[in-house]
Design a protein around this ligand. Sequence first.
Ligand SMILES: Nc1ncnc2c1ncn2[C@@H]1O[C@H](COP(=O)(O)OP(=O)(O)OP(=O)(O)O)[C@@H](O)[C@H]1O
Length: 330
Amino acid sequence: MKKKDIVLDIKKLNIELQTGANGIPVVKKIDLRLYLGKTLGLIGESGCGKSVTSLSILRLLDAKVWNLSGELLLKGKNLMQMSHEDMRRIRGKEMAMITQNPMISFNPLITIGKHFTETLITHTKMRQKEAAKVGIEMLQRMGLQNAHKLMDLYPFQCSGGMLQRVMIAIALSMSPAVLIADEPTTSLDVTIQHQIICQMIDLKRKYDTSILFISHDLGVIARIADEVAVMYRGYIVEKAPVEVLLKNPQHPYTQALILSKPAFQKRRLEAIKGAPPRITEKYQGCPFADRCEYAHNRCLQYDMAPKIIDPLHQVCCIQARGIEVNACIS
Ligand SMILES: Nc1ncnc2c1ncn2[C@@H]1O[C@H](COP(=O)(O)OP(=O)(O)OP(=O)(O)O)[C@@H](O)[C@H]1O
């Protein structure tokens, strides 16, 4: 990948929850990059810091509660230093977000059509008629039938799957450089999930959108992502192109994630032992050590500095060892 293709460059991002005198570190010095027209999958168990990371990129975390440091470079401009007014302009136009629960993103009192026209008129020079035309086109591209009629419906008249597609259509109607998709298909049944992922892949190709796709489901990530970052307790513990990560995972946590996924395995499934630590729980060295079958005393001294396996593959484990998993991508 060339330097000019880097759309979003997250450098040493630290996020701390402010509680009393001491902050609680939730996201720890993470480095992530989004490339032009590529999808980065971010995976990890519940509570590891995926959503906090995505909200921080859009600067949507309450500054009274969260402390941020590091750099968030969107096409070279540091979002950390932007005013609220500049960020408001960037949100929607240059970076858009879709979430797990589309219902909360819609105003129940206005039609789907009005959601499109308001968004497009606010962020572009488009007039009403043109904005409505773009809305209909985008709904059709998302595979929604009777797009004209759909524009006149209110959100409560649509199913969850329809609303999820409408939300993606609105987000992409602005042709944002970056789309942050936080568990966008988690609440949908597998058939709708499959259709939406296929449509997102098509739209990404058409608009060259860079996507940060967050999920706790490795099966979904494997289908949409070009590269995957695995998060554990606020650290990116492994990062690699998707096919490398699935065939030759190096971190014991990544290996455990793959071995616990029925769709990837022909051999006996293995559950991941224990539970992820709470953010207030104290630990030394590697936060995965107490669940890791390879853990060693040295792991308790590890500073979590990433090991470079090759230029595209990094892992945070002093005992990193490849296992031939050869997970099948369906
Ligand atoms: N507003 C908040 N106040 C206090 N703690 C919070 C708040 N929001 C998140 N946290 C804590 O920060 C940590 C990271 O949360 P986050 O929502 O980013 O996790 P996640 O990986 O997205 O989980 P999930 O997959 O369940 O959404 C969790 O321990 C969570 O409890």
